[in-house]
Design a protein around this ligand. Structure first.
Ligand SMILES: NC(=O)c1ccc[n+]([C@@H]2O[C@H](COP(=O)([O-])OP(=O)(O)OC[C@H]3O[C@@H](n4cnc5c(N)ncnc54)[C@H](O)[C@@H]3O)[C@@H](O)[C@H]2O)c1
Length: 300
């Protein structure tokens, strides 16, 4: 078994996930290329990362040298050609199967032969993306959780096409960036955490849409009675309602199961552009610093 020696990391997509995956890799000494089709997204990613890492310096979780070193390891670019010498690419672009497949096909031509091509998709199994490439044995899921700077766990999912050394190298890579990887030996849409979470979210939305309790009250119950750090509606705001919507659409297109369909109330919010923290409003409203504006009903 030949294991791949990872030195350079490519991250495609500089949104909420890609930016932090790149930052964590750079903080652990890897040379990282963060690529996005939008220069606006790259600019925002750099600004947000500077703020987030600065906060960690103030809290004493990182030193200024750590942060300076991480930024010196990071390249922000719109040029896909910059991935020509990377050893692993983690794709974290929008949750759209056809867009992801098209990127995988482009990358397959461009990347060195040994390079692993992993997807951070919340739900799409990597065999659907492996269809677009020749290097099928180098394709797997590496699924991080939001926010990547904080969340320890990463799911690595092996498809029937994934070589053992691809899964092994991916697991080891995750350990080297200070995270705990869990290997799924067989692929299944949504993997472990999101499948379990989807059941909870469905029930929360059912109770809300049928008027049993407000979304704020449901969040309070889940936090205080079940001990979750945040409730399902606050979590949707953190993840992005557009991401939740896209994931459910994908799941529904695969399963045809009505229970997988995007929720009506989520669809309405996405259509209004209320996507959660990233737009300042989702289920809750957020101020310019990203702090939740507490409603009068909850204050009482
Ligand atoms: N948000 C979450 O909580 C979360 C958690 C785990 C996994 N994921 C998955 O991670 C991926 C990214 O999610 P996100 O929340 O960071 O999305 P996001 O909307 O914040 O960012 C997506 C980025 O991809 C860029 N992009 C679109 N098409 C591209 C292309 N062809 N090439 C390069 N860049 C492109 C966009 O410009 C944008 O900057 C999705 O597959 C999502 O399912 C999200």
């Amino acid at each position: 078994m030949t294991e791949i020696n990872i030195k350079k990391v490519g991250v495609a997509g500089a949104g909420a996930m890609g930016a932090q995956i790149a930052a964590v890799s750079a903080l652990h000494g890897y040379e990282v290329i963060l690529q996005d089709i939008s220069s606006e997204s790259l600019k925002k990613a750099e600004e947000v990362l500077r703020t987030q890492l600065e906060k960690r310096v103030i809290k004493g979780k990182l030193t200024r040298e750590d942060v300076d070193c991480a930024f010196s390891n990071l390249i922000f670019t719109t040029n896909l050609e910059a991935f020509k010498e990377v050893d692993i690419v983690i794709e974290a672009i929008i949750e759209d199967l056809e867009v992801k497949k098209s990127l995988f096909a482009q990358l397959d031509h461009l990347l060195p032969e040994h390079c692993i091509l992993a997807t951070n998709s919340s739900t799409i199994v990597s065999s659907k993306l492996a269809e677009a490439v020749v290097r099928k044995d180098k394709v797997c899921n590496i699924h991080f959780f939001n926010p990547v700077l904080v969340m320890d766990l990463v799911e690595v999912v092996k498809g029937p096409h994934t070589a053992d050394e691809t899964a092994d190298t991916s697991m080891k890579f995750i350990e080297t960036i200070g995270k705990t990887p869990v290997l799924l030996k067989k692929e299944i849409s949504g993997f472990v955490a999101n499948r379990i979470l989807a059941k909870l979210m469905n029930e929360a939305v059912y109770l809300y849409e049928n008027g049993y309790a407000s979304f704020e009250e449901i969040d309070v119950v889940v936090e205080k009675a079940l001990g979750h750090p945040i409730g399902p509606f606050a979590l949707m705001d953190l993840t992005g309602l557009d991401v939740n919507y896209a994931v459910r659409k994908q799941r529904y297109s695969e399963s045809g199961d009505e229970a997988d369909k995007p929720a009506k109330s989520v669809k309405e919010k996405v259509e209004k552009g209320e996507l959660g923290r990233k737009t300042g409003k989702g289920w809750y409203t957020y101020d310019a610093q990203g702090k939740r504006v507490v409603s009068e009903t909850i204050k009482q």
